[in-house]
Design a protein around this ligand. Structure first.
Ligand code: NAP
Ligand code: MN
Length: 271
């Protein structure tokens, strides 16, 4: 087994990182930052999001383990004082894992070029200066014309993040699908959208066509993807979303219950 450690910069995360490296070397575990098969993140959910993108090219080959040095996270269920248990689990590892769906997005340009991104949490498309106007297509048929602040397209595990803040539903990550949630849609006698979140299945395709490319930003998890209105003759034509073929794998050394995490994070009192 080759293990990479990916930590954020807080003093506590750096302390845990050092401690873990020492424990691992005592146990004979190999540290490999470039070609790992297990990636241990130390920090918060945000740290795991960054690690996911850092090791994106190796997704098929790696399993993640998240240690939280702040509050309990959705991707980070090991605590900073559980290093011994974790090292023991790594030593006795038999490849056990749990996997979750991801979101594929493609930005398609007028010159035929396509940029591909994969999101672990979500992608948002927003206009930062004026009302966003955008045709929404479901399986290549026009469904509605959206007017408002923007749209949030999230994965099941991302549903507890930005999606939840904009009124989306929490999705059980056993569901292979993705969700579209509106951000402040304009609804009146002239402009009409569905107004509620939509959950799409594994075979569905969502496509967005922006009416005006000025002032638009697209995000993928923590990162802003600049929608280049024109690079030479290149003009953004549409953005498509589908369930990704790849999934994210987590090493499952003990039972971790999604609904306990939801309860613990948002209601309190979960064991
Ligand atoms: P951030 O502003 O530090 O993170 C916002 C919060 O979201 C943090 O508390 C983070 O947990 C938490 N979070 C991340 N993924 C989550 C998930 N799957 N379920 C529940 N909570 C989650 O930014 P960041 O750390 O770079 O994370 C980027 C994410 O922030 C984006 O993917 C988006 O989902 C979220 N975000 C939310 C809003 C909003 O709710 N209005 C606005 C912008 C971005 P940790 O503290 O453990 O990192
Ligand atoms: Mn954060």
């Amino acid at each position: 087994m080759r293990v990479a450690i990916y930590n954020n910069e807080t003093a506590e995360s750096q302390r845990i990182s050092k401690l873990l490296k020492a424990e691992m070397s005592k146990a004979g575990l190999v540290l490999d930052q470039n070609a790992p098969n297990v990636v241990i993140t130390i920090g918060g959910d945000g740290t795991l999001l960054s690690a996911f993108h850092h090791y994106e090219a190796l997704l098929d080959k790696i399993r993640f383990v998240g240690i939280h040095t702040g509050h309990l996270g959705f991707y980070t269920d090991w605590r900073n004082y559980e290093m011994d248990d974790l090292v023991e689990s790594l030593v006795n590892d038999s490849g056990q894992s749990v996997s979750y769906p991801l979101l594929d997005m493609h930005a398609i340009y007028s010159d035929g070029s396509i940029d591909h991104y994969t999101a672990l949490n979500e992608s948002t498309v927003r206009n930062i200066t004026k009302t966003m106007v955008c045709d929404v297509f479901i399986n290549n048929e026009l469904f509605e014309t959206f007017r408002g602040d923007g749209l949030c397209i999230s994965t099941p595990t991302g549903s507890t993040a930005y999606n939840k803040s904009v009124g989306g539903a929490i999705m059980d990550p056993q569901i292979v699908g993705f969700q579209l949630a509106e951000m402040a849609s304009l609804n009146n006698r002239v402009f009409r959208t569905l107004g509620s979140p939509i959950i799409f299945g594994s075979e569905s395709k969502l496509m967005l066509r922006l009416k005006d490319l000025n002032g638009h930003v697209m995000t993928c998890d923590r990162d802003q993807v600049r929608l280049k209105p024109s690079v030479g003759e290149r003009k953004l034509v549409e953005i498509t979303y589908q369930v990704a073929k790849k999934r994210i794998n987590f090493a499952q050394y003990r039972h971790n219950n999604f609904w306990h995490r939801v309860k613990d994070s948002f209601i309190g009192g979960a064991k």
